[in-house]
Write a protein that binds this ligand. Structure first.
Ligand code: GLV
Ligand code: MN
Ligand code: MN
Length: 411
């Protein structure tokens, strides 16, 4: 257990160094220099753990241990390795590292699974570079079409494919995967909330994941001189955006039952101190465990857009992501709980307020998810921290569950 813990700590420490913002958290945008560094590390570890390494046309990474059954579908295990701007070292990598360590145990014990085991490290779950998020899993499952993928650009106008080529990836490799090649998907993630820490329980077996939607709202007005344009003659795109954004919290609060709404990104054009903004682009992220709440808030947001649209102010909203709330597979939940009991590791059931690749896979295959505690419930910030010892406990549970799902025998 000490060795496992040390190994996990080593991976997390190394991956955390691949950041564009050293000293102020992890910033690892998809297809960046830091993505390439993390990618090389993950691929090297996969090879060391006797997995066959490959990448797809999105840059998702796969490390496969073949099964003895011919053409059998794989049990996938993993998470994402991108980050939000100035995020932590655990959101995503904890799940990739846990999956690597499950594979390391398979190698150590020389397990021969019937069904292949595939460690998977996914791109752009956070959507921090190209928007929308869950891009690796949406790509693999075909929810994101090749055409839509190609059309995505980052804030500097660099397309997905250009960015891939810039770090030596090949966008012409196969993209969508036949769901028949997947038997199950397992993911470990940090909780990103306070529940497990408060209960002092190391493992949360996820029952359901909230539904979420994201919009990109564009407000267009008219640029002008900040000193000479009278207040009554302005079409200020930022003032209009600010008025709308200020009303969003009330929409979520009135909807209730834990419905939340966030504007986390705002770009102002042309962004000059003495220029009236002619355009603002901002994001709206709406989440709830009940789909009807999401739909109600979207309707009210659309009403606000209509209200603030005038001849001189044009407002449009583009929906970048829509995911219904998802429940996890009951059999896998039962396997995870049974494994925890057999290992005498305390666990409880939990729901996820964050979005995860697991929710994408759940429409295509049987999915199970495990959480570990987050210190002070913090995530998406440099202070994000989880105990490598808790990751090690999750690895043991996932190892037992993976062994069962791949029908592997210990010698
Ligand atoms: C990912 O962290 C999300 O919940 O958006
Ligand atoms: Mn995240
Ligand atoms: Mn995550």
């Amino acid at each position: 257990m000490d060795e496992l813990r040390a190994s996990i700590e080593g991976h997390i420490d190394t991956l955390s160094k691949f950041t564009a913002t050293p000293g102020v958290g992890t910033t690892r945008l998809t297809y960046s220099k830091e993505d390439k560094q993390a990618r090389e590390y993950i691929k090297n570890k996969m090879t060391e753990y006797r997995l066959q390494v490959s990448e797809d046309g999105f840059g998702n990474i796969f490390g496969k241990l073949n099964g003895t059954l011919k053409d059998a579908p794989s049990v996938l295990i993993g998470s994402h390795f991108d980050s939000v701007p100035n995020g932590g070292s655990f959101d995503g990598p904890a799940g990739v590292v846990a999956a690597l360590e499950v594979a390391a145990l398979f190698a150590q014990k020389q397990l021969k699974p019937k069904y292949p085991l595939e460690v998977i490290a996914l791109i752009e779950e956070e959507g921090a570079r190209f928007g929308g998020g869950l891009m690796g899993s949406r790509g693999i499952t075909g929810l994101l079409s090749e055409k839509d993928f190609k059309n995505l650009k980052d804030k500097d106008g660099i397309s997905t494919e250009e960015a891939m080529v810039n770090i030596g990836l090949d966008p012409s490799l196969p993209k969508k995967r036949d769901p028949k090649t997947i038997k199950a998907f397992l993911e470990l993630h940090i909780e990103q909330g306070p529940v497990l820490e408060e209960k002092n329980i190391p493992i949360g077996v996820v029952e359901a994941i909230v539904g979420l939607t994201q919009f990109k709202v564009t407000v267009e007005g008219k640029a002008g001189h900040a000193g000479t344009t009278p207040m009554a003659r302005r079409s200020d795109a930022l003032v209009t955006a600010a008025r709308m954004i200020a009303q969003f919290p009330t929409l979520a609060i009135e909807e209730g039952e834990g419905t939340v709404i966030t504007t986390g990104q705002l770009n102002v054009f042309p962004n000059g101190a003495n220029v009236i903004p002619n355009k603002t682009v901002f994001t709206v992220d709406i989440r709830s465990s009940k789909e009807e709440h999401i739909q109600n808030v979207v309707r009210q947001m659309t009403e606000l857009i209509d209200l603030y649209s005038q001849d001189v102010i044009r407002i449009s909203a583009e929906q970048c992501l829509y995911m219904k709330p998802k429940v996890m597979n009951q059999e896998i939940i039962a396997h995870l709980k049974e494994s925890s009991r057999n290992l005498e590791i305390p666990y409880c059931s939990i729901n996820s307020g964050a979005g995860h690749d697991a929710m994408v896979f759940s429409d295509f295959t049987d999915v199970g998810m495990v959480f570990i505690p987050s210190k002070d419930g913090l995530s998406h910030c440099p202070e994000e921290w989880s105990d490598a010892g808790d990751i090690a406990k999750a690895v043991q549970i996932l190892y037992e569950t993976t062994k069962k799902l791949t029908e592997a025998e210990e010698k």
